[in-house]
Design a protein around this ligand. Structure first.
Ligand SMILES: C[S@@+](CC[C@H](N)C(=O)[O-])C[C@H]1O[C@@H](n2cnc3c(N)ncnc32)[C@H](O)[C@@H]1O
Length: 327
């Protein structure tokens, strides 16, 4: 297999339509998958290094400290490693390195909506791990996973790290995991990362860092809308406002309009009231029981848990349950 990229062009029309739909809804919202342009990617990489953002450190501890155990758990039968929302793959790199040591022709399929990220991985990974087969798939998680069926029939191990499952509400997460299961065959595995419930202050601080990088990350979506959709947001007129509800486990980020204002988006004038929120992103936290319930509801069976020392985070290996009541 040659190093190559499969591209799904996200039409500007989709972006425009989704933004218009969100900003004319009540309450207003924007979809967090649009955070990731080149600036958004760079800001997220800064977030990963923030002292408050424990998620990356916790998961890195798992992937760098238990690499061999994880690789053993994936089994000896050759497989394609598929990563949903790979980002810079800085954590999964530890596992990739170990798999490449065991099989120098290991195949890796990073899926990401960011073209910038896919290009970066295509460029850098084969240089770091010569022989590694890298095929980037730029597009939506599920579309690209379906596209894989045309590329290879080999067994799949799918990684969904960084607690990206938390960017769905619990109901959406069940639907997403059920769709994921439909794409998998017996023998395939899913390695999925969950940010576990912990002291609410620790969680809230992770989304409200003192340097304001998470604020900039949220505001960057308005800048992207200005640039790509010819809108005229004044980003100084919006505040970043994260909240965490320790009962539901939902951490939600909002932008709050600092004034009565009107923003032009194409032919549409969007009015914001002073103090009006725009919902930006959910980062759902899970108890271990809640992760088990999600697995059962979506037709998976947890086979092995990997924890960091503080047990703040878990990467869990799920296999397909033999039978379940939702298919
Ligand atoms: C929070 S980052 C996590 C990156 C990496 N998995 C990690 O743990 O560090 C989420 C990544 O998923 C990608 N992404 C977000 N929504 C997506 C979608 N709907 N389809 C494909 N990729 C998506 C983003 O571009 C970004 O690189």
């Amino acid at each position: 297999m040659k190093t190559a990229t499969i591209l799904q062009r996200t039409a500007v029309d989709d972006f425009y339509g989704d933004v218009l739909k969100g900003l004319t809804a009540s309450p207003k919202y924007l979809q967090s998958k649009y955070f990731y342009d080149a600036t958004g990617d760079a800001l997220f990489q800064q977030i990963m290094h923030l002292p408050e953002y424990y998620l990356t450190r916790s998961e890195l501890e798992i992937l760098s400290g238990q690499t061999r155990d994880i690789a053993d758990a994936l089994g000896a039968t050759p497989f394609n490693l598929v990563e949903l929302g790979a980002g810079d793959a800085s954590k999964s790199f530890y596992l990739l390195k170990e798999l490449h040591r065991r099989n120098p022709e290991q195949a890796y399929y990073p899926i990401d909506i960011s073209e910038n990220i896919i290009n970066h991985l295509q460029r850098t990974l084969p240089a770091k791990l010569p022989g590694l087969q890298v095929q980037g798939l730029r597009g939506e998680y599920m579309d690209m996973l379906k596209a894989m069926d045309y590329l290879s029939a080999r067994r799949k191990v799918v990684m969904f790290m960084g607690s990206s499952i938390g960017n769905f509400t619990p109901d959406e997460a069940v639907k997403f995991c059920r769709k994921l299961r439909e794409q998998l065959q017996p023998g395939d595995l899913l390695l999925i990362g969950f940010d576990l419930r912990k002291h609410p202050r620790t969680i809230l601080d992770a989304y409200n860092d003192r340097r304001g990088v998470t604020r900039d990350f949220n505001l960057n979506l308005l800048t992207r809308i200005n640039r790509e959709l010819k809108a005229d947001f004044d980003i100084n007129q919006f505040d970043h406002f994260p909240v965490y509800d320790p009962i539901s486990g939902a951490c939600k980020s909002y932008l709050i309009s600092r004034a009565d204002q009107t923003v032009q988006l194409g032919d549409h004038s969007i009015r914001f009231k002073k103090d009006e929120p725009v919902f930006m992103e959910i980062s759902q936290k899970y108890s271990l029981d809640e992760t088990r319930q999600l697995a059962a509801a979506a037709g998976f069976r947890p086979v092995q848990y990997f924890f960091d020392e503080k047990r703040w985070f878990t990467d869990v290996l799920w296999e397909l349950a033999q039978t379940h009541n939702c298919l």
